[in-house]
Ligand binder design. Structure first.
Ligand code: CP
Ligand code: NVA
Length: 306
């Protein structure tokens, strides 16, 4: 693995290796209170065009705990493709840093960074996908459910960047993926075709009825209806997604053992109710913590050649 841009670029054994290294480093931190400084002297450049809590915190803390450092840039400071082309930014940062993590609007920008960088480039979310979050989610599912093969994840909500990455991750790791979205908010059919072509054995179902989606679910997953950059559409989207909230009523349609996940940040009372988020089936805060552990595994593999 050179870069981490999309889960579709990775083999199943590379993904399993990432999960194994992440689990090992998590265990080491839990049992000894520290990690070996395998990234001593190394620096990760972090560019954010959009807000972040988890991605910023997890990459920064992961670098610190592995003995290195994270360096953050505000988007207006770098001006990717505005102040300076991505191909110049990539080469300059490659000459000083050991890795580049970027959260950008247009997916094209992360592809350009990866094309020109001579150090690993990590996708910290684009309008198109969010691979770090999706792999963290599979790590969390593996901890909570054990073997993932044959499990069912029901994603209730927007056919967005999160749904796209999660469906690919599920396909690669043998999890059945059921997507329930309102009409007009499904994943585009060419995306589904591409995902299926990459994983011909995967089970991928779509529906416009949330209760049907969760009927056999081991996991119910949701994400905001209003992704970063869509704030002006909040009113319309809130109207269009009526009936797609993950709430107590929806949980009654699912098996009793179902767990609930959300990548956060959440609009409580819209896509997820307060009671479900705080309820016994929610693993949302363990999932958020795992951003740290998965990021560490990813950095150890890409920057530390683990
Ligand atoms: N889930 C996630 O990526 O959170 P942030 O936007 O806070 O980084
Ligand atoms: N779909 C959301 C994910 C946030 C982590 C967004 O892009 O804002």
């Amino acid at each position: 693995m050179t870069h981490f841009i999309s889960i579709a670029d990775c083999t199943v054994s590379e993904l399993e290796h990432l999960l194994d290294v992440a689990a090992k480093l998590k265990k080491q931190l839990r049992s000894t209170g520290r990690n070996d400084p395998i990234l001593a002297g190394k620096t990760l450049a972090m560019i954010f065009e959009k807000p972040s809590l988890r991605t910023h915190a997890s990459f920064s803390v992961a670098m610190t705990q592995l003995g290195g450092a994270g360096m953050i840039f505000r988007s207006d400071e770098v001006g990717l493709e505005r102040r300076e082309p991505a191909k110049d930014v990539a080469r300059v940062l490659s000459s000083m840093c050991d890795g580049i993590m970027a959260r950008v609007f247009e997916h094209e920008k992360i592809l350009n960074l990866a094309k020109w960088a001579t150090v690993p480039v990590i996708n910290g979310l684009t309008d198109y996908n969010h691979p770090c979050q999706a792999m963290t989610d599979l790590m969390t599912m593996r901890e909570k459910l054990g073997d993932l093969k044959g499990r069912t994840l029901a994603y209730v909500g927007d056919g967005n960047n999160m749904a796209r990455s999660l469906s690919i991750a599920c396909g690669k790791l043998g999890v059945r993926f059921v997507l329930a979205s309102p009409a007009g908010y499904e994943l585009p059919s060419d995306d589904i075709d591409r995902i299926m072509a990459g994983n011909p054995q995967m089970e991928f179902q779509t529906t416009n009825v949330p209760a049907d989606a969760v009927r056999e679910a081991d996991v119910i997953y949701t994400d905001t209806w209003v992704s970063m950059g869509q704030e002006a559409e909040k009113e319309r989207r809130t109207r269009d997604f009526a009936g797609f909230a993950v709430n107590e009523a929806l949980l009654t349609a699912a098996p009793k053992h179902v767990i609930v996940m959300h990548c956060l940040p959440a609009y409580r009372g819209l896509e997820i109710s307060d009671a479900v988020m705080e309820g016994p089936q929610s693993v949302i805060f363990d999932q958020a913590e795992n951003r740290l552990h998965f990021q560490k595994g990813l950095l150890a593999v890409l920057l530390g050649k683990m």
